[in-house]
Design a protein around this ligand. Structure first.
Ligand SMILES: [Zn+2]
Length: 92
């Protein structure tokens, strides 16, 4: 059997959305949204989104439209950043 570093699908305990567990290069498992996005690292070096690449690297970048010419690559968005239930708690 081939062992690809694709992570494991799971379900967020809070909002029940399908998520993906990515093992970061630091060895931590991180929940991300299952949908791949295209990102771009801005010239200033920091974007407002935290993106996890399929290799498990975390980068600060901006989400751009797929096919954007100067896009840096594809990756996943941290689920904690978008989880509607987690955000509900954070706002309180
Ligand atoms: Zn959630």
């Amino acid at each position: 059997m081939k062992k690809a570093n694709r992570g494991n699908f799971g379900t967020c305990a809070k909002c029940r959305q399908q998520i993906l567990w990515i093992k970061t290069i630091n060895g931590k498992n991180m929940p991300v949204n299952a949908r791949l996005i295209t990102y771009r690292v801005p010239k200033e070096g920091k974007g407002k989104e935290r993106i996890v690449t399929p290799n498990g690297e975390t980068v600060s970048a901006e989400i751009v439209q797929p096919g954007t010419q100067d896009a840096t690559g594809i990756g996943y968005i941290s689920h904690f950043a978008t989880c509607p239930v987690a955000n509900m708690f954070r706002r309180k």
